[in-house]
Design a protein around this ligand. Structure first.
Ligand code: GLY
Ligand code: MN
Ligand code: MN
Length: 416
């Protein structure tokens, strides 16, 4: 039902003669006859709720057709049950269903010369293959040429605002990931390896019947200064910090949480100094989130706090050096995709926050070895990342079960 409402809402934003064509992914081969775990295309999933590979939805004010894999006795014995053409209309609330092999034969009967056709090349392969010559993409472009209009911007506007059910899924994804971060704080100790800590996340997520929303970053010591470190294979050393950026995907919705804590449970004075700056930046950035505020305000606020902090302790001598130590943005939209859809800029102006949006807030400071900096700060990499829902009256931190105050972390870790 929710998917039908979304299709209706999408059509209400498009001209009366609009026809929407949206495809899901094909399975991606890993090697020989083994495929990567399948995940539907986010837009297709959002609009249809259908989770099988190789399907295309075509809908307008007059008709909703779904093209999908037909039943196949042998393939179903090997690879699992398919919905099939006969049951699809009732299950997916479509007017009609066809074998996907008939797509190019039937599409002409669903699109007239007057139709405005909305379609975008699927981001992750789409039906048939994932090359730049994707059959669907190429052929749709050649058939509809001038009448082809971009679909993604319209779906993105809808996906940007989460409804109650989406928020519930995101809260659950944040809760599960937060618990996994707390477990990691409890199990961390010198002599273990990063992958052993990662295994705690694998297990926690699997027990909740979900998976990682993105490859986790479990980065001890100087590895934390590599922003997308995913080797996760080094030994945890006494006196070093551990930065973990890990979140799960539940019913399609992602959490994205980073915590940084001392491996032995006690921050050094230098680590504390840097941590306090990042935490102050993060909390101030979160406080700036409310309906009507610029979506760039958290970045402006966090950058200001970090600049002042690094100047005060003498790590920077000029505000111009900020990007040497803080080189990424303070947040991104979060939803079905971990880096979710929706432009931040509209006509060169930052979009304003609205109730129902979810953004991450994730400032950090990364200090590499540098003779101009006191060596007590070398190799400290700290990021603190929360998932924040914009509400009618301000914001709600979905990931607030993951502790982040220095005292809280040290107390919690001392109880191991
Ligand atoms: N985990 C990816 C990010 O924080 O953006
Ligand atoms: Mn992250
Ligand atoms: Mn993030």
């Amino acid at each position: 039902m929710i998917h039908q409402k979304r299709r209706e809402e999408l059509l209400s934003r498009l001209p009366q003669d609009a026809v929407v064509i949206v495809s899901t992914n094909s399975e991606q081969k890993r090697n020989s006859d083994v495929c990567y775990p399948f995940r539907p295309d986010s837009n297709f999933w959002y609009l249809t709720g259908f989770e099988e590979p190789d399907a295309i939805a075509v809908f307008s004010h007059k008709n909703y057709s779904i093209f999908l894999r037909p039943k196949d006795h042998t393939k179903e014995i090997w690879n699992g049950i398919r919905l099939g053409v006969d049951l699809a209309p009732k299950t997916l609330l479509a007017d009609q269903a066809f074998d996907i092999a008939l797509f190019f034969e039937k599409i002409d009967s669903l699109v007239t010369d007057e139709s405005s056709v909305y379609f975008d090349a699927p981001g992750n392969g789409g039906w048939k293959d994932n090359s730049s010559t994707n059959v669907l993409n190429k052929k749709i472009h050649s058939i509809y040429k001038e009448s082809l209009l971009p679909l993604n911007p319209h779906v993105s506007e809808m996906r940007l605002i989460k409804d109650e059910n989406e928020v519930r899924n995101m809260q659950y994804a944040a809760d599960i990931a937060a618990e996994a971060h707390l477990n990691a704080m409890q199990s961390s100790q010198p002599g273990l390896y990063e992958y052993q800590i990662m295994a705690g996340f694998d297990s926690k997520f699997r027990q909740a019947n979900c998976d990682h929303a993105y490859p986790p970053i479990v980065a001890s010591g100087k590895n934390a200064c590599i922003l997308h470190y995913t080797e996760n294979n080094k030994e945890l050393k006494d006196g070093e910090l551990l930065l973990i950026d890990a979140g799960c995907e539940i019913n399609g919705y992602a959490s994205d949480i980073t915590r940084t804590f001392p491996i032995n449970g006690k921050f050094t004075a230098a680590q504390k100094e840097i941590y306090e700056i990042v935490l102050d930046a993060q909390k101030s950035a979160i406080d700036s989130i409310q309906p009507g505020a610029s979506s760039n305000l958290p970045h402006e606020v966090a950058s200001e706090v970090i600049t002042k902090g690094l100047l005060d302790i003498g790590i920077m001598s000029s505000a111009d050096d900020l990007t040497k130590f803080y080189m990424h943005n303070t947040g991104h939209w979060l939803g079905l995709d971990v880096h979710d859809v929706g432009n931040k800029l509209i006509d060169n102006t930052f979009r304003k926050f609205k109730s129902g949006m979810v953004t991450t807030v994730e400032p950090g400071i990364y200090i590499r070895k540098d003779d101009k900096i006191d060596s007590k700060y070398w190799d400290i990499g700290i990021r603190i990342e929360d998932d924040v829902l914009v509400t009618e009256s301000g914001n709600h931190v979905l990931s607030n079960k993951a502790i982040k105050e220095i005292d809280e972390i040290e107390n919690f870790m001392s109880q191991r």
